[in-house]
Each structure stands twice: as structure tokens, then as C-alpha cells.
Design a protein around this ligand. Sequence first.
Ligand SMILES: [Zn+2]
Ligand SMILES: [Zn+2]
Length: 472
Amino acid sequence: MKSNRISVDGVKFLPAIIDGNVDVLQNPNFIIVKRSWQPDQEAQSCPLCKVKFGGLKRRHHCRQCGHVVCNKCCNVKIPLPQLAIEEPEKICESCQPVTAAVTRSRSHLASMQLQSAVELSGMCKSSVNLTKVFEYGGFHTLLAQSKVHLDTPNMNIMTHIISALHTLSTCEPVQDFMVDTGIIRAICQVLDKVPGDKEQILLDGISSLVIYCKSKRFLPKVLEAGYLQVVLRLCCNTSDTVAVLSVSTLSLLVEDPSTHTAIIDGDKAALQRILKLAAAENPQMQAVALKCLNYLSMGSDWNKHRIIQEDFTAGKPMKTALQTETFNMQVWANAACLVANLATSAEDQAPLSDCLDCLVRLLKSDMTNVDLLSHVTRGLANFAKFPQNSSTVGTVLPTLVSKCLNHTDETISKHALRAILHLLVNQSDNTITELLIEGASEVFKNIARNLDMTDAMFKVLQDLCPDMARPL
Ligand SMILES: [Zn+2]
Ligand SMILES: [Zn+2]
């Protein structure tokens, strides 16, 4: 693989290049291409202790970085299997921590492998050592070992490896390099296979992938790695923290419409699982699960139909969310938004009648939250389009006039006007009688004020009866 220089906090470095461009996830015994040696004559003094060469001060080459250093700064000898050097060789003090940890990872002893993971994880936390972790193969080792230890029962080692990969994922300049090398695939595999009770590993893994899901550049790679199925499963983890974090990640994944088919039609249980979480006891979980469903409800009528079908099978969690007292206004707002989106589906009006009742009750309550009111009014306007809902929506006509039509929020007043116009069409006598009592003038004022609406009406009328005609 071609390696380009990366700069972290002003320090430029060249990540290790793997011999033969092999995939380190498949080849834990990968070999790193040796760095070229610095010519003797270029070095006048030791770069580490600054002592001048010449006379008694001899020059030594560090087998890892290839720099010329003095004897005192290059007195450690270790085998370097990662460089295809089995006999102990001299390395300098600067390369020693990362190089020794990489060497230890190749040991057959679990205690050595654990020490290696602990050391590398510690070095990832300081920006001074972080660059060396990339230069001398520490990062590649973490990736390779994440795969190796999936097949061994040693989750202690895995905890340190995933913690290290999480720390590295927060470092923006190295993200592209890590994604190209396979970090997303590696973490996905771990999350897929690790036992469900390894909370710390799961949390670190999911938190790392959240970072990549938030980037438009990396999101396709996350989906390509099969993360959607992994997240869907983790949403039902027994740990509340893991489950909530998983559902939050899912809400990032569903922002991409290409995921919708997989959830709606692919995994049969997926949709039902998300719906059940929408009625969970934890309001934070409820709000995020509803947010996921909102994205899904923005697609085709088929998608809406499937959500409504599954809602019925899952015990009507949408209705539950709208009926349960909540201190988290986001739960009601998201639930009302979902119902409003679904209400446009002509063939599913009957199974939604419970939800329509909930919107009616919410509008009549003393609720004033603008977001919630906006979704409730939009939902009522969408329902009012269908004649079978006229009598139910008609019961809140006075409230639509008094509470919504003159609302300072323009969206609310427009949706209210839309609901009233639908009622006028579908149930004209009752609506006119009611409006004459409750404030027909308010309706006309609103029609006059809503220029885009009057324009649309003029356009329709003009099509029906043009203002010019040929002579007879
Ligand atoms: Zn020195
Ligand atoms: Zn060195």
C-alpha cells in the first residue's frame, strides 16, 4: 500500500508499510518494510542525546528507524520478527517502547500478548507516542491482534485492544489511513463476535464506529462492513447503556436511505425490534427509537405500510408512546412526527385510527410545546385529507382555530389552515356551521395572508377556467 505522510499536532510521519500489501487482519505475522538507513556522513551528532560523533563516539544504526545514534542511546537488543529479523538487534531508545510491544505481541505467551496490548493502548493516549505507534507497526498490530483474540477466550487482551482503537479513532488526521487499513472491518468483526456481556468492549467498539458513522466519507464503508445487522442485534443488549448507544448509532445509519430496504424487508425481526424499543421504559431509548422510525417513515408507501403492520404485531408501541406521560418532550414530538408521516398512506387509515385519537387528545390538552404542536397539527391535516376521518378531526375544529390558526409559528398556522380546508371539502355543512360560530373570519384572514396558498388556489382555478378565451 502506498503510504503518505500524515501530520498530527505538527509532527509529520510516515506510517509503516506492510510487505506485499497484505491484509493484516488475515495475516497476524505480517512483515513491515525496513526503513532505509541514514548515511553515516549525514549524522554529525546523536539526535537523541546530542553528543558529537567522532573520536571515541561511534555511530550505530537503529534497525527499526534506520537513524544514526550513539552507543548509549542504542544499547537495547531485541528480536524483530515484524522486520523478519529473528536474532536480537539494536534499536534506539526512541523506537524501543513501540517496537518492544510489537515484538511481544508475536509471543505465544498470553502474558506477553497482554503486556503488549496494555503498552500499545497506553501509548495511543499521548500524541508524542501516537505517531510512533503508526510508524513502527503498533497500529497494524492492534488490528491484527483484534482478529487473533476473537478466537481465544482472552477478553482481557481484547478490552485493551478495542480501547486503543477507540482512542485512535478520535484522532482525525489518522482516520483516513486507519479506514484504508481496515479499522472499520476489524471493529465490526469484534462487535459481531464478542459475547454480549462484555460491556466495556462493546461500548468502546460502538463509540468508535459512531465516529465513522457521523462522516459522509466513511458511512458507506461502515455499511459495507455489515454493521447494520450488528447494530440491530446490539439494540437488544441487556445492558441499557449498550442498547441506547446502539440505537443512537442506528439512527445515524438510517439517515442514509440505502439502509431502509435492509431494515424494512431484509431482517424480518428488525423493524419489530425497533418498534418495541419505541415503547421501552427508558425515555432516551424511546426518543431515539422513534427517531429511527421517523427516517424510515419518510420513504415509500410500502415502507409506511410495513411500519404500520409491524406496529400492530408489536402491540401498538406508537400509541403507547403517545399515551404515556413523559418528561421527555422529545418522545411525544418524535411519536407525533412519526404518526403524521404515516398518516399520508391512503390504504392504512383504519389501523391508524387509534393514533389519530391520540393526536386529537394531545391537541385538546394544555400542551404548548412548539415542536410537538407542529407535528400534531401536521398529522391532523394529513388525516383530514381522507373523508373517513372528517368527523374525528372535526371535533377539534374550534381548537384548530383558537390554538393553531393564529400561532406565531407559521408552520403551525399553515397546517391548521390545511386541516380546515380539507374539512371544508369533506364535510362542508358541519364545518361551515362550526366556523360561523367559531371564527370564519380567522380562516379568511389566514387564506389572505398565506400567499403561497392563494397562489396555488389561483393556479388551479386558472387551469379550470382560463382568464382569456378564443372568440366564438
Ligand atoms: Zn545518544
Ligand atoms: Zn530507532
